[in-house]
Design a protein around this ligand. Structure first.
Ligand code: IMP
Ligand code: MG
Length: 179
């Protein structure tokens, strides 16, 4: 496997699967009878979004939105850019943002504000990971997979300079060196 020796497992494939199943069941209970649209934030949440959608036993729609807040470095630029937008209007819909990780919270603050202007019935957030140590703005996470320490993680969709997204687990990468 690619550079597997540089990566230490933080959350195993089995633990991810169990947590995602539980989140899916909770979401299915809460959204029964509603007009649910999952809004996956690309690229990082593509794996989580695919697994979560299959764990929610309800009729739902899936939209994706491309956001970029990082260059190839491991620290935020603070600048959020929409790289691709939703394909349909979401007025009147119950939106559930599906995000890989909330770090400073700047990306989610921007996205919530942006989506609110489109007239949805509700907006909630489901994040796989949260690093509370680095929060710069308050982010209310309605459904959370795991709270983690202040370490840079990769795998299960998350990258370092576009690498490691395809690892089936979440791991910690060394802070120095090349991806
Ligand atoms: P925030 O705006 O600082 O909350 O940044 C959130 C975004 O930064 C996430 O959606 C990720 O794309 C990226 N990010 C933050 N921490 C990590 C990490 O540990 N590994 C990989 N990407 C991260
Ligand atoms: Mg992201």
């Amino acid at each position: 496997m690619q550079h597997a020796t540089d990566i230490e497992t933080l959350i195993s494939e089995q633990d991810l699967a169990a947590r995602v199943r539980a989140l899916g069941q909770e979401i299915a209970r809460d959204y029964a009878g509603r007009d649910l649209v999952l809004v996956g934030v690309l690229k990082g949440s593509y794996v989580f979004c695919a697994d979560l959608a299959r764990a929610i036993d309800l009729p739902l729609a899936i939209e994706f939105l491309g956001l970029k807040s990082y260059g190839d470095s491991q620290t935020t630029s603070g600048v959020v850019q929409i790289t691709s937008d939703l394909s349909r209007p979401v007025a009147g819909k119950d939106l559930l943002i599906v995000e890989d990780i909330v770090d400073t919270g700047l990306t989610m603050a921007y996205l919530r504000k942006n989506l609110a202007t489109r007239g949805p019935r509700s907006i909630k957030l489901c994040a796989l990971l949260h690093k509370p140590a680095r929060a710069r703005v308050d982010t209310s996470i309605d459904y959370l997979g795991f709270r983690i320490e202040d370490v840079f993680v990769v795998g299960y969709g998350l990258d370092w300079a576009e690498r490691y997204r395809n690892l089936p687990f979440v791991g910690v990468v060394r802070q120095s060196g090349e991806p």
